[in-house]
Design a protein around this ligand. Structure first.
Ligand code: SF4
Ligand code: SF4
Length: 387
């Protein structure tokens, strides 16, 4: 099969080559989490039995990726649920075999304690990202397994980090429950001295379905029963406005001295310099993001719903990752010829570079491809103008 989707201009998405940088996502706990956020896509996957990633799986993955550049994201579910001793062992495996790799933890923040902070302090290469969408009403999709609000528990976790002088980032999912409230959110981030980055993520959740394999709260099941346009999902247009309003506020208040703001900076950097770290805007997309699950399987980027899962090793114990990402094993390319053709002749192609494949696949299923592209055009024009 072809290694690239290359139609007339530079490839929008190419296969990995030895030496390329790979972003590895380790699903430490699979879908296991103490929260049941309505929009959680991890809880819509098939998780037959294994709940915690083993040291052997981590070691095998690391040795298979030894010839690539590497960054590692520790995800779940809720990764801290593996417990401190196991988390520590996983971290040791990564740091001892890959002293070059940046390591990021994404946690819901509710379990951060004194002990966890001590561990974070001992691992200076680990950066911490805490998910918080807003305050109570703006965060109400992040309810726990008994349908209780999680905001206060997250704030307590943040206080622990601050007490120990640990810098962290905030991850805010922009949903119908908090759209339009981003300036208040940034004001809140600005008074927390250890917040060094805010990342706005869009909740483009229409057209997704509830998994039958993972238990969900009655509240989540009720929301899905109402139809395929989910009550929390926002439009591409709404997200574009939220990013622009956020950027104006961040810039106007001088918050750039205190914390970074994504994806505004991604659009700005790509528009100004032609490069940025986001996979959305470069050819090193989905074949450069590997997700490893506790059941000894892996897939490409976890954002791709319904993505094929492949055993970590073949019957002879030989690793499968390189074969898949370098294109020696047959796997459907996430960026299809149909999506790639849409980009030919696009006025912002050089900047957008095909955007996020996972979001585009969902948009195409719903007949909303044009709305996605309009968002990209609006944002690139906006950032080119305001630079
Ligand atoms: S699906 Fe989107 S987020 Fe994932 S690697 Fe591809 S472009 Fe990046
Ligand atoms: S805006 Fe749409 S058509 Fe243009 S490059 Fe991006 S994804 Fe392709």
């Amino acid at each position: 099969m072809g290694g690239q989707l290359h139609m007339g201009q530079s490839a929008l998405c190419h296969r990995a080559r030895s030496g390329d940088h790979i972003n590895l996502i380790l699903k430490l706990t699979g879908a296991t989490c103490n929260l049941d956020c309505g929009y959680c896509f991890e809880k819509r996957r098939d998780y037959p039995s294994h709940r915690i990633i083993s040291e052997e799986v981590v070691s095998s993955t690391l040795s298979q990726l030894s010839t690539y550049g590497l960054s590692v994201e520790l995800h779940g579910g809720e990764p801290l649920l593996v417990g401190l001793p196991h988390f520590s062992k996983v971290l040791d495996l990564i740091t001892s075999s890959r002293p070059d790799a940046a390591i990021r933890l994404q946690t819901n923040g509710t379990l951060i304690s004194e002990e966890w902070c001590e561990l974070f302090l001992c691992n200076q290469r680990l950066s911490v990202g805490v998910s918080l969408d807003g305050f109570q009403a703006g965060n109400q999709l992040r309810y726990d397994n008994r349908e209780r609000d999680s905001t206060l528990a997250v704030l307590e976790g943040m206080s622990q980090l601050e007490k120990h002088g640990i810098d962290f980032g905030l991850i805010r999912v922009c949903s119908k429950d908090n759209i339009g409230q981003v300036t208040g959110y940034l004001d809140f981030a600005a008074v927390r001295k250890n917040v060094k980055a805010v990342r706005l993520l869009p909740c483009f959740d229409d057209g997704t379905a509830l998994s039958a394999n993972v238990p969900r709260t009655a509240r989540t099941r009720r929301a899905f029963a109402a139809g395929h346009d989910l009550p929390w999902s926002i439009s591409f247009d709404e997200f574009a406005s939220e990013v622009m309003v956020a950027y104006d506020h961040w810039r106007g208040r001088g918050y750039f001295d205190h914390f970074l703001l994504d994806p505004a900076i991604d659009y700005l950097k790509k528009g100004l310099t032609g490069t940025c770290a986001s996979c959305h805007f470069e050819a090193r997309k989905c074949f450069h993001t590997i997700t490893v699950y506790p059941d000894r399987t892996f897939s490409l980027c976890d954002e791709l719903d319904g993505g094929e899962r492949v055993p970590l090793t073949n019957a002879d114990g030989v690793g499968n990752i390189a074969d898949v990402i370098e294109g020696h094993t047959k796997m459907e390319a996430p960026l299809t010829a149909f999506l790639s053709q849409q980009c030919e002749g696009c006025e912002v192609r050089a900047h957008c570079h095909g955007g996020c494949v996972a979001i585009r696949r969902r948009a195409a299923r719903l007949g909303r491809s044009e709305a996605y592209c309009q968002m990209q055009k609006d944002l690139f024009h906006y950032f080119a103008l305001s630079a």
